[in-house]
Design a protein around this ligand. Structure first.
Ligand SMILES: [Zn+2]
Length: 271
């Protein structure tokens, strides 16, 4: 790794660190900024992927330190953080993505198309996007697809239900345009080559989907555990008359609690 000198890091702090909202934050950020890069990176090795992402957004200096795509040392910090704190995320980034971009893609619940951060999204590895169901439907097609293109793209969506036969519109269109540019006598060979290529890709996608499912199940069980622990604490609360404030059986009848179990986000105090 090409380390930046301490002097350079300190110098860049003056011009690039943005003011933060609280004095405590400013003070802790400033303390980190004063550290030599090597020590700062040692600290980063123990951070979770979410913490690393948050830290990289604090100021330009941290961003430069942590988002250097070419540095093997930096990428290794992100990789180790993923392997340590993200169960069932053992596969490395797909081609063209570095570790940081991959982690961000896995963590950030943001629809690629509409930008919504509140809707439930899914990763669609064939298109390598996160999408909400509404945008998925708007950007995929079910009918009117050339059979040769269908053969190449190989029914990419294997989820259950009515979405299983849908294809991304832009992929269908670009593949069809490519096919039209191939001389007719060479088309069969081209289709065969493309089929082989997509076949390899499909195997990788199947593995990534398996990790998605395991990771979601793990998150859900952690969420249920978090909620249950919170309920236990609530049921221990006593009011001013010395009576128990909440009854567990009543809390569990609450519709919003029942709904809360089904979300996939980690359970937080606010939640
Ligand atoms: Zn959307």
């Amino acid at each position: 790794m090409k380390m930046k000198g301490n002097t350079k890091r300190k110098k860049s702090n003056k011009s690039s660190s943005k003011p933060t909202t609280s004095s405590t934050q400013t003070s802790s950020s400033s303390n980190l900024l004063r550290l030599p890069l090597e020590i700062f990176l040692e600290i980063c090795k123990s951070l979770t992927p979410v913490d690393l992402l948050s830290l990289s957004l604090v100021c330009k200096t941290f961003y430069n330190d942590l988002c250097c795509g070419e540095s093997k040392t930096i990428q290794e910090i992100w990789r180790q953080s993923r392997l340590t704190f993200m169960p069932f995320r053992e596969m490395g980034p797909p081609e063209g993505m570095n570790e940081r971009e991959y982690i961000r893609f896995l963590i950030e619940n943001k629809c690629y198309f509409c930008g919504s951060k509140t809707r439930v999204t899914r990763i669609y590895w064939e298109r390598r996007v996160r999408s909400c169901i509404k945008c998925f439907k708007e950007n995929t097609v079910l009918e009117g697809i050339d059979n040769r293109i269908k053969l190449i793209l190989q029914r990419p969506f294997l989820q259950n239900g009515s979405l299983s036969n849908r294809f991304w519109r832009d992929q269908v269109e670009s593949k069809y345009a490519e096919l039209c540019n191939v001389i007719v006598k060479d088309q069969n060979e081209w289709i065969y080559d493309q089929y082989q290529l997509y076949n390899i890709l499909q195997r990788e996608i199947a593995e990534r989907r398996r990790e998605d499912v395991l990771s979601r199940e793990n998150q859900r069980s952690q969420r249920i555990q978090g909620i249950s622990e919170k309920l236990d604490l609530m049921c221990e609360e006593i009011d001013e008359n010395g009576l128990v404030k909440y009854q567990r059986y009543l809390l569990e009848r609450c519709p919003s609690l029942c709904k809360c179990y089904t979300y996939e986000r980690p359970f937080s105090e606010r939640g």
